[in-house]
Design a protein around this ligand. Sequence first.
Ligand code: GLC
Length: 447
Amino acid sequence: MRIGLNKFFAVVAALIAFCPAAEAQIVSDSSIEYVPTKENIVSRQEFADAGFGIFLHWGIYSMFAQGEWYLNRQGVLHEEYAKAAGGFYPAGFDAKEWVSAFKKAGAKYICFTTRHHDGFSMFATKHSQYNIVEATPWGKDVLKELADECHRQGIRLHLYYSLVDWGRDDYPMGRTGQTTGKDKSKADWNSYCKFMTDQLTELLTNYGEIGAIWFDGVWDHDTDATVFDWQMRPIYDHIHSLQPSCLVANNHHLNVSNGEDIQVFERDLPGENKGGYSGNMDISVLPLETCETMNGIWGYRITDQNYKSLDEIVRLLVGAAGKGANLLLNIGPQADGRLPEVALQRLEQVGTWLAKYGETIYATTAGDVPVQSWGATTRKGDRLFVHVWDDSLRELFLPIDAKVKSAKDFASGEKVKYDRCSHGVHLTLPQKSDTTSPERVIELQLR
Ligand code: GLC
């Protein structure tokens, strides 16, 4: 049958008119191979070069000062917990102060919790009244202030978004949030998925350029994973259609899937499983990130003063870089909107260290020698940086194929003695020339 062009357009227009949800509907086929756009590839590279980011877990849970899982762990009813919003007034919050401190620390991006498992939206949203603008006396969109400041100071903004919701009945309950008073019979995936999609649309249209959406919570359905389908692909496609350069990350503790742009590891360097979350993960070819907390927990916890020392943080950062991964280091801001004093001190110390040694971290790839107990190696073109944590080590053998042209102490610039041998190079390590640094760095110029 042949139809005229005008008639064809009329039919299409009629179809659209008869499908009121057309705008909100996301058509996507998860079996179709995801091909990242050019902008996305550029963004991946920028991300891979970034090296260091700051994770922020901040929400009304900060008021209870028991970490971000308080609602679930204490068996509190969501209805009661939600009343805390009525007292949330972070008078000490200053986006400029936060972003300046992160920038000074040498971080190249921030990942902010827009909505954690408690379901509270830390941004202005039309799709739930349980948000910082409508439900608190503070009444301001902190995400907007943070986003504007990030754009002003030129630092990437990533957004954490929980797939789990311990308050909404339509979220099909998983293994957590069983005691918060939800009505299981009202689970409705389509309604919940539409809600998330609408919120993601807001996040990706109202706050300028977003570097990444960082999902969390797939693990909530690991016990019924064979029957529960998260249907993430249409959501991923939706994100890419709104902002092609926005990277998709999912902290599902599984291998990466079609539509994801980076791979994230929780509390483990790629290839490790100390935290117990990474046992089912192979290292992918995508840019990598490891997230860790500065103390023991993500959200502010009044009793947790167990902050990592500068030495430990540098080791984490270098260890991640030695595996070709970024470090996303978490801070839990206080309910008053201030960053904990110790966190601020650490940020300053890391910043001082990175100002000297950033060259050996940013825009590097994993070095020729895998991470060892004595240290790690990073590589930039034909320069190999050997990071030595063990101060007492005097000799070091590196099993590398590349031929060494010269070797120097990165901090002092002094020549370092090396001998070529059949399977690599043998270094005679100098005394530490920079006593303020937790490690020695030897730079090898390769042929
Ligand atoms: C876990 C926790 C969560 C935290 C996240 C950060 O998934 O549930 O509270 O936000 O790890 O990696």
